[in-house]
Design a protein around this ligand. Structure first.
Ligand SMILES: [Cu+2]
Length: 118
């Protein structure tokens, strides 16, 4: 019957929707911390995610206040964590941009800034 099929489908959709929302890799925290101020330019940036990452499709780029890339271009992934080393880039606002592919085959991306200097 049409009506009994609907009754069975709705709980299944709710289950899928909930599983989906908790499955993606979201940024949990970062070092330097998101929006934070640090006295000197960090040697590297590390991001922690809510899920394990696929190294081949996950990367970080970092630009300094002048908009120049200051990362080395070699993102290192270990489990749910990824890092990149930085070259000296002076003071001011740094922008960190990331994209990841998590082990559930979903992609997420985002960006944040931190401050270097006074
Ligand atoms: Cu997902």
């Amino acid at each position: 019957m049409y009506r009994s099929n609907i009754v069975r489908i709705i709980p299944l959709l709710l289950l899928l929707a909930t599983g989906e929302a908790s499955a993606h890799a979201f940024l949990d925290h970062a070092e330097p911390r998101v929006g934070n101020k640090v006295a000197t330019a960090p040697r590297e940036v590390t991001l922690w995610f809510t899920q394990k990452l696929e190294p081949a499709f996950s990367a970080i780029t970092v630009t300094n206040a002048a908009g120049q890339r200051v990362d080395t271009g070699k993102t290192r992934v270990s489990g749910s964590q990824m890092s990149i080393s930085l070259r000296p880039g002076g003071t001011g606002t740094y922008h960190v941009t990331w994209h990841v592919l998590s082990v559930d085959a979903h992609t997420t991306d985002g960006s944040f800034a931190f401050q270097v200097g006074q």
